[in-house]
Design a protein around this ligand. Structure first.
Ligand SMILES: Cc1ncc(COP(=O)(O)O)c(C=O)c1O
Length: 321
């Protein structure tokens, strides 16, 4: 991409709110001064000379070569999500499952082990047991909230701890900071599937996780119109994941990008509103329950009180109470 006719929004992630990052981060404005992010539906790119092409293909010069490797629209998706998650780099994938597959293919090898929460999405269980099993990567499953079980399941061959929190479909919650501590005590990485919360509600990297996985198909998109995924983490780890994506090909489809990440501001606010609504609802329910317990107990006390004229006693007093 010719960066000279593009201006990158000057963003300091620390100063900007999440909703601003959700609409600004990663957007390279073109010479048309477009307001919305342009969609580059191109498989390949052109060069001013054979020498320039050779330099780019040879890796001596930065730039786009082929959209399985990099694409400007995919890049803005990646930069936006990395900024929102507080990660150094993001690698976009064709789906959430592709994100998990690429992470494990990139970081583990035959003989390595994974300790995973028992409470994870069904396809993730199949991926771990059936397909990673074929590669000689073993997975042990433990209860999400049982930290001792995580510790006990770890062996010297464990390289990765994997959890969803909240989990699909049971909405079980794990302690990300405690799991990160356990992982790091044993020289392992912690990967958190953050698909249910999105960075609008939870940023696992800030709690100590090494890798965040997304099915962008779900709340990140929020509109039910895309299929996508992403992995976010440090430059070093993401360089490995990028290697798998560019070589094996589970890259984010350009036709999906038309919708993805354009609605992030809306979904960010919607996510927060839903969570707030849920919280208010739960607190409200608790208050109603507490009041009803008080009223029932109060009535019992009143009923048990000695009363001179038994025909009048409870109703009058009840309403007064
Ligand atoms: C928690 C979780 N992770 C991963 C996935 C897989 O995502 P995708 O369908 O985008 O491959 C899903 C899908 O429902 C999910 O709920």
């Amino acid at each position: 991409m010719h960066e000279d006719n593009l201006s990158r929004a000057d963003l300091s992630r620390d100063e900007l709110g999440l909703e601003t990052l959700a609409i600004r981060a990663g957007h390279l404005r073109g010479s048309e001064q477009e307001h919305g992010e342009p969609i580059y539906t191109t498989s390949s790119f052109v060069y001013g000379s054979a020498a320039e092409a050779a330099a780019k293909f040879g890796g001596d010069e930065a730039g786009n070569i082929y959209s399985r490797f990099t694409n400007p629209t995919v890049r803005f998706f990646e930069e936006r999500l990395a900024a929102m998650e507080g990660g150094e780099r993001c690698v976009a994938t064709s789906s959430g499952m592709a994100a998990i597959m690429s992470t494990v293919l990139a970081l583990l090898e035959s003989g390595d082990e994974i300790v995973a929460s028992r409470s994870i999405f069904g396809s993730s269980v199949s991926l771990f047991t059936k397909y990673f099993g074929k590669l000689g990567i073993t997975t042990r499953f433990v209860e999400l909230g049982d930290l001792d079980a995580w510790r006990e399941a770890i062996t010297p061959a464990t390289k990765l701890l994997f959890a969803e929190t909240p989990s699909n479909p049971l909405s079980e919650i794990g302690d990300i900071a405690a799991l990160a501590e356990i992982a790091h005590e044993h020289n392992a990485w912690l990967a958190i599937d953050n698909c249910f919360c999105t960075p609008a509600l939870q940023r696992p990297l800030t709690l100590g996780a090494d890798i965040v996985i997304h099915s962008a198909t779900k709340y990140l998109d929020g509109q039910g119109r895309t299929l996508g995924g992403a992995v976010v983490g440090s430059h070093a780890l993401m360089e490995e994941v990028f290697g798998v994506v560019r070589t094996c090909g589970p890259c984010l489809s350009l036709s999906m990008l038309g919708y993805s990440s354009r609605g992030w501001r809306r979904s960010t606010s919607a996510c927060r509103r839903t969570a707030r609504g849920h919280w208010i609802w739960r607190v409200g329910l608790k208050c109603i329950r507490a009041w009803s317990v008080c009223i029932t107990r109060g009535l019992k006390v009143i009923r048990s009180m000695p009363w001179p004229n038994s025909s009048k006693r409870p109703s009058v007093l009840c309403w007064a109470w």
